[in-house]
Write a protein that binds this ligand. Structure first.
Ligand code: HEM
Length: 343
């Protein structure tokens, strides 16, 4: 099966279950496909596809009819609006319908909806879009972290081998790692920390707008300015992380005082800062640990071998706002001694 599809199944599946109580049972799931197509539009076409839209610079272009040469943005906008509306409305309406007929699986929407049959139009709008913003916020970011983990394991077999020794010694081979094992696996914890630091799924954060005039290092910043927190620069700070472009989980195992440990912990910045800090942080932090611990326990990940020679995976990223690695070559196989019947 295509690795990217499997990854999407995990990301979208978890989020659809938590937010709408919807269980994804195949890669053909309608809501999952809508998410994949919409996030592609949002992150690759609207934001970075071709950079800037001419209509943003010359607003008069919006008066051109859509058949006019050069007014392709109008046709795309109509198409994308329809797609995004389906992405926002369909899982929400499906969940609402199930709540009304009493067959809804508990979820964020069903809990927020409660017994409120008489939700106002505004409340309905708020819930619909809040849920969708979590759905949008979770898919590519989580996908980026996992894909970067797999890429790191392909490039650093010694890290995977060390993590497998730890998981085997703590968990054994007849069950999957679970949260009760987490405190006993410091190396796995360091691998997750290094993955978050190294991947920095959202390197430029989301822009924040100043609510009042401010000053920073002598610069006057007027109310309304956009401020972009450079998460990437923090993650690559050589004074905090020597040799920052290398993937080295061991850097998180060095004996340091509690204050420094807190300062270096990437969980304190890769999810943003302040009131708008990522609300999915607890879900995703726990989920990522479980996913990588279970991958380490059950799968071998290796460089692809062509004609007896290992192929070094090419490292590149499609998009500057979300660091999802472009397709890379590797091999992934069940570990030979895992007793799948017991798992
Ligand atoms: C590795 C995974 C993730 C990373 C790295 C990540 C990172 C971020 C960052 C950097 C922001 C901007 C914070 C700021 O403005 O200071 C953000 C916002 C947000 N994230 Fe996440 N996120 C992840 C997963 C998730 C998940 C799983 C969910 C939902 C279940 C989620 C929902 C959101 C939402 C709704 C916002 C907007 C918050 C607001 O503007 O008030 N994210 N995330």
């Amino acid at each position: 099966m295509d690795f990217r599809k499997t990854l999407l199944w995990y990301n979208a599946g978890l989020t659809l279950m938590v937010l709408y109580g919807h269980k994804v049972t195949s890669t053909d799931d309608r809501f999952m496909k809508l998410a994949a197509e919409s996030t592609e539009v949002l992150s690759n076409k609207l934001v970075t596809g071709g950079g800037v839209w001419a209509v943003d610079i010359f607003p008069f272009l919006r008066y051109l009819p859509s058949w006019f040469p050069g007014a392709g943005f109008k046709r795309s906008a109509v198409e994308w609006k329809k797609l995004i509306e389906a992405f926002v409305n369909e899982p929400y309406e499906d969940c609402k319908q199930k709540i009304k007929t009493g067959i809804a699986t508990p979820s964020f929407t069903s809990l927020a909806f409660g017994n409120n049959e008489n939700m106002t139009e505004q409340e309905d709008f708020d819930l619909r879009w809040t849920t969708n913003s979590m759905y949008t916020g979770s898919i590519d970011t989580t996908g980026s972290a996992i894909a970067n983990f797999v890429l790191a394991m392909v490039r650093h077999p010694e890290v995977l081998a060390k993590a497998q020794v730890e998981v085997d010694s703590v968990v054994g081979r007849s069950r999957l790692p679970d949260f009760c094992d987490r405190p006993l696996m410091p190396y796995m914890e360091a691998v997750l920390s290094e993955c978050l630091r190294y991947a920095t799924p959202a390197p430029l954060n989301l822009p924040h707008r100043l609510m009042e005039d401010d000053e920073y290092n002598g610069y006057f910043l007027p109310k309304g300015s956009w401020v972009v927190g450079n998460i990437w620069a923090i993650s690559r700070d050589e004074t905090a992380y020597p040799d920052p472009n290398s993937f080295k989980p061991e850097r998180f195992l060095e004996p340091i005082d509690g204050e420094t440990k807190k300062r270096l912990d990437p969980r304190n910045y890769v999810f943003g800062a302040g009131r708008r800090r990522c609300p999915g942080v607890h879900l995703v932090e726990a989920g990522l640990w479980l996913v990588i611990a279970r991958i380490v326990a059950t799968l071998d990940i290796r460089k692809k071998v062509v004609n007896g020679v290992e192929v070094e995976p090419e490292v590149s990223y499609d998009n500057a706002f979300l660091r999802i690695p472009s397709a890379f070559q590797f091999e992934i196989k069940p570990r030979p001694h895992v007793n799948w019947d017991l798992l």
